[in-house]
Write a protein that binds this ligand. Structure first.
Ligand code: NCD
Length: 318
């Protein structure tokens, strides 16, 4: 397994939240919070590492995560290289590691990687130079650590005490790297209750999400929840026959106003995006007063700033 911490216990890479302990998680959340600014306000900047370079390598589509990493880097005064992977050498047969070595030779300090192959970010992290860091921006159906962090940051801003929280996650949990990473963080923070709501076909394997309740019925799954998170169906990770039909899915599992009313009156609604309105969530709920979906997006930039600052400090001292 990839060593995410250096020999003195500082964060060097971020591949998974699974073995990030509570003090480190809380340090990252506090730090991210310090970078959050109100809408319309001038974003906070930092320049201790100005001139260092972040290379974004996204071998899977992304809008918000990629722009979020890019903005976070720029707000820290870093240079950003966005590789157009459709025209990159990987398609010409150059191995991904050769691409990394080439970029290392050009003095890239941080690689932000999204890939559909399980284990790829960790594999890259195991093979980079000692002055280089790898951040996982989405790994197959397994890990999406910065999303997990921004999700718990958003919950913490609204709810504070995790031990009192009941969190319900609805939808394609089986294929969701977001659900995996968010649940890792919730477990570390000692969440009161985690409920997974999905049809059997989208439930994770029995040995995953230890301690979580499983509900195929959305009504019992949502009842009295403090946080309700919906997920996109990961069609790209299923064969065509397994993809649920969107209308019947919405009828059974779509988050609408009536269903949300079963949760606590002050429950917050979350979604990592991209949303399919009318499949997993109604527009009324997505844009309604309980939705914190755009706050998640804002927190994403702050979270990535915190993570990049932290690994740069590990690599290059304060
Ligand atoms: C998610 C992802 O790519 O895992 N999106 C994101 O990063 N905000 C969720 C998804 O694609 O459904």
């Amino acid at each position: 397994m990839t060593m995410q911490l250096d020999s003195s216990g500082k964060l060097r890479h971020l591949i998974t939240l699974k073995d990030i302990d509570k003090p480190m998680l809380e340090m990252l959340l506090d730090r991210a919070d310090s970078f959050v600014t109100g809408r319309g306000a001038l974003p906070r900047n930092g320049s201790a590492f100005a001139g260092r370079t972040v290379a974004n390598l996204f071998f899977e589509p992304s809008t918000r995560t990629r722009s979020s990493f890019e903005l976070a880097a720029k707000r820290l005064g870093l240079h950003v290289l966005n590789l157009d992977v459709r025209t990159s050498s990987r398609t010409k047969g150059e191995t991904i590691l050769d691409t990394i070595y080439t970029l290392e030779a050009m003095s890239c300090d941080i690689f932000v990687l999204r890939d559909s192959e399980p284990g790829m970010p960790g594999f890259i992290a195991d093979n980079v130079d000692p002055w280089v860091s790898v951040l996982n921006a989405g790994e197959a159906d397994r890990n999406h650590p910065t999303q997990g962090l921004l999700d718990v940051l958003t919950m913490r801003q609204h709810k504070r005490d995790f031990s009192q929280l009941s969190v319900s996650i609805i939808g394609d949990i089986r294929h969701s790297r977001v659900a995996h990473s968010t649940s890792h963080a919730l477990n570390t923070l000692g969440v009161g209750q985690l409920r997974l709501i999905a049809p059997e076909s989208l439930m994770p394997a029995a040995d995953e999400f230890a301690g979580a309740e499983r509900h195929t019925d959305i009504a019992t799954g949502i009842a009295d929840a403090d946080v309700v998170m919906t997920l996109r169906i990961q069609k790209e990770r299923m064969n065509a026959a397994a993809i649920p039909d969107s209308e019947s899915y919405y009828r059974q599992y779509g988050l609408n106003k009536e269903r949300l009313a079963l949760a606590k009156p002050d429950a917050i609604v979350m979604h990592p995006g991209p949303m399919n309105r009318g499949t997993e969530i109604s527009s009324e709920v997505a844009d309604g007063p309980q939705s914190v979906i755009r706050e998640q997006v804002a927190n994403g930039v702050a979270t990535r700033m915190a993570v990049m600052m932290t690994v740069l400090e590990t690599l290059h001292g304060k």
